[in-house]
Design a protein around this ligand. Structure first.
Ligand code: HEC
Ligand code: HEC
Ligand code: HEC
Ligand code: HEC
Ligand code: HEC
Ligand code: HEC
Ligand code: HEC
Ligand code: HEC
Length: 500
């Protein structure tokens, strides 16, 4: 009996302390987050449209017009909770995203087409705050920061210049197919933007322009300060958490030769179990209870879930120790991302912070990830696994250094072509980082031997040898000819095999 009492006491003390920690934690989140700095957020929160406007009214036209969309909504938890068209689409007439030409408006309201995360934040402040602190929130800002940073310029060139669209420094004229096309922006809209996002622009009546919308981009920047498309993972109008918990919800962006995370996952043991044991998973709940709702980890388990008493989070960068997409990996010691809040707080495009990760530093990030693994594995297993991951990252960095040494020397001796995509050395330098090097690192970090080796380090090794051949050849020719321009002009074609 006595034992029971003390057990109860210690239990209630624990509950109390968890409660207190949770309170302090959520206080700091909001204090840091400061969603209120965006005045549109406060406007929407306090906005009361004329009481005459109802969902029934919207449905009276749109149920006939858009049966698919309305069916999705009516199957959503929103519909069940009484959250309808009005809650998300009805805004004050002078709101930055107001659609002025909607057939139906009231004294003080109209409809918005471009619904941003500012609207979601009215009811989901915590998810939006976490999202704004994640690497996802810079997805649009980072590559649009064209005029502020060298990095942005390089990215814009990649999309607007190098891909034969409009030309750019060094691009051969015969490839500038879009040079005189006034609508060339529309072709660009089909690529980067659909995964990364862009600045959503509206016409005079508030209809979004085809150069910017629709898009599913993870970090789109809206006229009201909204950042990100919440619908990237839980598609409209079902907005289901159960959908977002499944790997396929990440897989439409996290795939392909440069960040094959879905392929890496599918070829890992976790993916094999997921693909063969559907009955062991229950995505209708966020609770990750082995043997009940989950058998082996999925993307969301490791990167976002509340498994093993971790705090569930919309900040996908929180559990990352390394930056694995960078040309050379480094530890994430840069606290939380700030690009999202820069836009939210005042409409600025700020270059993102590639070092953003866990505000407590890279070791804390690793500890959180390990805490997820420890639900199902023991320390020895987990520690051994990550000891290998870290070595793989460092090995890649050494290859990168070797490549950069040759690159710098060729550059100093003017032995590089102006058009990067016509220069085999520069192409290899790009693939070694952007494709093979990422596959090597991400394959190792998420347990896919095929991506870590055959699509990864094996091809990094091929690249570095081919780079060295070109490097040596150019230096030798420079000795013979004395003029770097001649060396490049007389170089025989050296086709670069793109390694998939
Ligand atoms: C009288 C019929 C009618 C009613 C009632 C109505 N709508 Fe519409 N809605 C339309 C028509 C027609 C359009 C197309 C307007 C256009 O493109 O110029 C439209 C367009 C829209 C769009 C923009 C779609 C797009 O991509 O162009 C949204 C969002 C929308 N309505 C939401 C609502 C909401 C929310 C309500 C309830 C407050 C509502 N509508 C009530 C007829 C109606
Ligand atoms: C939980 C918030 C939410 C609710 C509830 C909601 N919408 Fe939407 N709606 C959105 C978002 C977000 C978008 C996409 C905005 C973007 O891409 O910029 C959207 C887009 C749309 C579009 C344009 C998309 C298309 O495919 O043409 C229409 C039309 C629309 N909503 C109508 C409605 C109607 C009618 C209802 C009520 C049945 C409704 N919405 C309920 C959030 C909501
Ligand atoms: C007016 C308040 C309100 C607004 C605005 C709102 N939501 Fe919700 N949302 C809710 C409520 C209430 C629930 C809980 C429903 C339940 O659990 O039954 C919910 C639940 C959800 C869920 C979880 C659904 C599930 O399957 O468990 C998602 C995801 C979500 N909302 C996304 C969004 C997004 C994205 C937006 C903006 C486009 C948005 N919400 C706007 C009130 C709102
Ligand atoms: C299929 C979706 C997709 C497309 C299309 C896409 N990206 Fe990405 N991009 C991603 C994903 C996912 C990552 C994150 C990879 C990681 O974390 O390892 C990423 C990362 C990046 C990064 C590194 C992160 C950063 O903020 O610096 C850059 C740079 C980048 N992309 C530029 C571009 C450009 C420029 C284009 C168009 C030419 C483009 N991407 C097209 C999905 C895409
Ligand atoms: C609509 C496209 C899209 C979807 C869907 C998507 N992502 Fe991303 N993700 C991106 C892009 C783009 C980036 C790169 C952003 C940047 O660095 O500029 C990224 C980056 C990341 C990063 C690295 C963040 C950092 O700080 O470098 C992680 C981890 C990640 N995503 C995990 C996920 C997971 C897990 C899911 C599914 C639950 C998911 N993503 C769904 C597009 C997407
Ligand atoms: C990278 C993919 C991704 C993006 C982007 C995303 N979500 Fe989610 N969301 C998820 C996942 C996964 C879950 C399930 C989390 C869990 O069960 O712990 C979820 C769950 C939710 C829930 C339900 C939380 C609960 O406790 O039931 C809400 C509300 C929500 N998201 C809102 C949003 C809003 C608002 C945005 C835009 C700022 C957003 N999400 C963007 C993946 C995403
Ligand atoms: C077993 C847990 C686990 C699963 C499942 C998992 N990941 Fe990861 N992921 C990791 C670890 C660990 C890292 C490396 C973390 C570090 O830097 O220490 C990582 C890294 C990443 C990165 C690289 C971020 C960067 O720095 O460039 C992306 C993107 C990513 N994961 C997305 C996904 C997606 C999408 C899925 C599902 C298709 C997924 N992950 C499945 C554990 C997991
Ligand atoms: C929800 C449970 C669960 C979580 C969480 C989980 N795993 Fe697993 N993992 C499994 C299961 C089940 C297997 C297959 C049985 C086995 O080999 O233990 C597996 C297999 C593996 C394997 C291959 C097995 C082998 O012998 O080589 C590796 C590596 C692995 N996990 C690493 C991790 C890492 C690292 C994390 C955390 C980032 C993690 N797992 C998180 C359940 C999980």
């Amino acid at each position: 009996m006595k034992q029971n009492n003390s057990l109860l006491l210690s239990l209630s003390a624990r509950i109390l302390s968890v409660f207190l920690i949770a309170m302090v934690f959520s206080f700091t989140i909001y204090a840091e987050g400061g969603l209120e700095k965006n005045k549109n957020f406060t406007t929407l929160k306090n906005f009361k449209p004329n009481p005459t406007v109802t969902n029934q009214q919207c449905l009276s036209c749109h149920k006939e017009d858009n049966p698919g969309l309305v069916a999705d909504w009516s199957h959503s938890k929103h519909a069940g909770a009484g959250v309808g068209c009005v809650d998300c689409h009805v805004v004050p007439k002078d709101y930055p995203t107001a659609f002025k030409d909607h057939p139906e408006t009231g004294d003080n309201w109209t409809v918005q087409i471009a619904v941003s995360s500012v609207t979601c934040a009215k009811c989901h402040a915590e998810e939006v705050t976490e999202y704004l602190q994640s690497g996802h929130s810079r997805g649009g800002a980072q590559w649009l920061a064209a005029n502020g940073s060298g990095h942005g310029i390089a990215m814009t060139k990649l999309s607007y210049g190098y891909e034969g669209m409009r030309g750019g420094k060094g691009i051969m004229p015969e490839f500038m197919l879009n040079k005189n096309n006034k609508d060339f922006d529309l072709t660009v809209t089909n690529i980067c933007i659909q995964c990364h996002g862009t600045v959503v622009k509206l016409d005079d009546v508030g209809k979004p322009l085809p150069t910017t919308w629709p898009n599913d981009g993870i970090g789109s920047l809206y006229p009201d300060g909204g950042v990100g498309n919440c619908l990237s993972c839980h598609s409209r109008h079902k907005f289901a958490a159960s959908e977002a918990r499944q790997p396929a919800a990440c897989g439409n962006c996290h795939l392909g030769p440069d960040h094959p995370d879905i392929e890496v996952f599918e070829s890992s043991v976790h993916g094999h179990i997921f693909d063969t044991n559907e009955e062991d998973y229950d995505f209708s709940t966020g609770e990750q209870i082995p043997g009940k709702t989950v058998r082996a980890a999925t993307c969301f388990t490791c990167h976002m879930s509340g498994i093993n008493e971790l705090k569930p989070t919309h900040n996908v960068s929180l559990r990352l120790k390394w930056n694995l997409w960078a040309p050379k990996s480094f530890e994430r010691s840069g606290k939380a991302e700030t690009a999202g809040f820069a836009w939210w707080n005042g409409g600025k495009v700020l270059r993102g912070n590639p070092k953003a990760g866990n505000p407590e530093g890279p070791d804390a990030a690793r500890d959180e990830m390990k805490q997820a693994c420890s639900t199902c594995h023991k320390e020895t297993f987990v520690d051994n696994f990550f000891a290998r991951v870290d070595q793989d990252v460092l090995l890649y960095n050494q290859y990168r250094d070797l490549g950069e040494k040759m690159f710098k020397e060729l550059k100093a001796k003017k032995l590089l072509k102006a058009d990067a995509w016509s220069d085999p050395f520069l192409k290899l330098r790009y693939y070694m980082w952007h494709h093979e090097g990422r596959r090597m690192r991400q394959g190792a970090a998420m347990g896919s031997p095929d991506y870590a080796h055959w699509h990864g380090v094996f091809q990094v090794m091929q690249d570095i040898r081919e780079m060295q051949d070109i490097y040596k050849y150019r230096l030798k020719r420079l000795e013979e000819l004395g003029d770097p321009q001649k060396v490049l002009e007389t170089e025989p074609p050296m086709p670069v095999v793109t390694h998939e």
